[in-house]
Design a binder for this molecule. Sequence first.
Ligand code: NAD
Ligand code: MG
Length: 387
Amino acid sequence: MKKIVILGATGSIGTNTLDIIQRFPDKFQVLGLTAGSSVEKLESLIKVFKPKVVALQNEKSAAALSKTLSASNVEVLSGNQGIVEVARHPEADLVISAIVGAAGLLPTLSAIRAKKNVAIANKEPLVMAGEIIRREATLNGVSILPIDSEHSAIFQVLNGEQRHSIKRIILTASGGPLLRFSNKEKEQVSLEEALAHPNWKMGPKISIDSATLMNKGLEIIEARWLFDVPPEQIDVVIHPQSIVHSMVEFVDRSVVAQMGLPDMRTPICYVLHYPRRAPISLPSLDLTEVGTLTFEKPDTTAFPLLKTAYTALEEGGTLPSVLNAANEEAVTAFLEKQISFGMINRIIQQTLEAHTPQSTETLDDVLEADRWARLEGKRWIKQCTVC
Ligand code: NAD
Ligand code: MG
């Protein structure tokens, strides 16, 4: 019986993970669940999965849940420290890292330092501190298994291959809901239009990242650290059907792709059972029904954040952390209808321009860059909400 902890259990990845776990009651036991503030959602998961320990980041929500569960033997922890405690629970065999944003960095690192294998969907910590996460995983002898569909595809393709056989990684991108919008149309797009991803049902932050193509930018950085491949060996191709989840070109010019219907339960099932595969009842990919698979070059003039992410990765140091924090602040402001869609890019560019890049030797350097970029990003957001 594998004992599982899910960080971000009430979200899109969290609930898809629980969907898979529920199908294998003899293989997995839910040990711990965490969430931000959603008491009711977490409470309903507790009823079904009966975890030993849970944590809510929001202290008030945790107190309310604690009161409701006072007669049960579920331990309720609170705050960032509570989440860290669940992440490094001594009985955990596998930690699913599915919090959204930088908030997942410390819990994920804590799990690694407690020698837990981690299955990671939460890409932002890899963008901020990929090198540190890699180093800590090696030091502690644990595996980092990718959940993100593109990275799962690459991981599956690389199974049994040698690192020096890779010529390049080709990440596919759907292009998001605004792929065919003109720059003028994109500028004033509504929140509903930007959230309406054509192929994937995901949380709000990643949905907006898909609309700006920043999600692919973050994924380039994620791939760099997960697979130890330099930026010049990572390409992006637009593939609107989201059937080919990514590809690897090998030195002998053989290109191997992984395909499937766009459903996160497939990569989640893979990491839960890794290194084996397990049968699940989901619709099969029928290529005759899909009919046409198309591929095109990304337009970095229409979607400048893709290029910005490459530059941040190439220059390194504090830049990826600043890029990520500025993006999180800008996306939050857009989701709260404080700024227009077009302003997301401008706030990120202005924050990056105002930054003096530094090297990141320690986690504190990364966290300091994150803190600085949030203040700077907020300053630009304030300016543009009054203008
Ligand atoms: P979501 O918004 O649906 O869920 C986020 C989860 O994190 C929730 O449980 C929420 O309660 C929790 N949370 C939010 N803020 C928190 C905080 N400050 N402290 C602690 N917990 C907090 O997000 P999602 O779509 O499931 O995405 C999660 C991560 O996985 C993101 O990094 C995303 O980029 C990545 N990812 C998601 C998908 C997908 O299909 N949804 C695919 C690939 C990668
Ligand atoms: Mg992805």
